[in-house]
Design a protein around this ligand. Structure first.
Ligand SMILES: C[S@@+](CC[C@H](N)C(=O)[O-])C[C@H]1O[C@@H](n2cnc3c(N)ncnc32)[C@H](O)[C@@H]1O
Length: 240
């Protein structure tokens, strides 16, 4: 993969508390089985242990509960999750493995677990151009880092550099889901999507979760702390 240019530097964190024991073993032994390999062009339908009817992408999966829940609910869909924070990657691996208390000898997909998740354990942006147009039926960007200071606005994921790539990658019938509990980010995302001219909003009541919604860990914590989520759903405009 190309080295990121200055405007593509990643400003989040890749490491937290030291990863130990069973979690480290999952990274050593299970991650290589489910990692998305660096490739010049990626054919999403061929990535999984199943032939998926659709492929969904989650950008910044945090602890991975959302992608793991959906992957169990929809065993016929292929999921790609991206997250540069390795403690989060280890957490998703534990979910895929079916237990937080795995033993060294059990670093394998849980019994009955469909092989329908692939992980990109890093910044998604350099990889996006490697996917063919229309690869994804759903793209989730859930509780993206808000970067509230105006001078850091460039770092917000929903921006004029990333939106055209999202428009290229979402299928004509697909949807991009953005959730946030930061009112200024919700406004920003709506403005940026409108400014691009590439997307239209299709979920009228943004205070109500869309059908089939799985709350993320961040969302649950926010609601307990009294924050209110905004749910934005965008469809690609039919622009010629
Ligand atoms: C506030 S957290 C939310 C995590 C999770 N979606 C949730 O709702 O619980 C935002 C996450 O996005 C990840 N992230 C930020 N920029 C990213 C990028 N360019 N590619 C992939 N993940 C990214 C961060 O590492 C962080 O874990």
């Amino acid at each position: 993969m190309d080295k990121p240019t200055e405007d593509k530097r990643f400003f989040g964190r890749r490491k937290g508390k030291p990863i130990k024991g069973s979690r480290q073993r999952l990274i050593d032994e299970l991650l290589p089985r489910v990692v998305l390999h660096d490739a010049d062009s990626i054919t999403p339908n061929l990535l999984f242990g199943i032939k998926p009817r659709e492929v969904w992408l989650e950008i910044g999966f945090g602890g991975g509960e959302h992608v793991a829940t959906l992957a169990e609910r929809y065993p016929d869909v292929g999921f790609i999750g991206a997250e540069p924070f390795m403690n989060g990657v280890a957490s998703l691996l534990a979910h895929l493995n079916g237990s937080h208390m795995v033993q060294a000898t059990h670093t394998n997909l849980a019994e009955g677990r469909t092989d329908n998740v692939r992980i990109w354990p890093d910044d998604i942006r350099p990889v996006l151009p490697h996917f063919p147009a229309g690869s994804f039926e759903r793209i989730f960007i859930l509780y993206p880092d808000p970067w509230p200071k105006a001078r850091h606005a460039e770092r917000r994921f929903v921006n004029q550099r990333n939106i055209p790539e999202l428009a290229r990658l979402i299928s004509a019938t697909g949807a991009v889901y953005v959730a946030t509990d930061v009112a200024a980010y919700a406004e920003w995302a709506v403005e940026q999507m409108a400014l691009s001219g590439l997307f239209e909003q299709i979920h009228p009541d943004t205070s109500v979760p869309p059908a089939d919604w799985v709350p993320t860990r961040y969302e649950k914590k926010g609601i307990l702390a009294g924050r209110r989520p905004t749910y934005l759903v965008f469809r690609k405009k039919n622009v010629k």
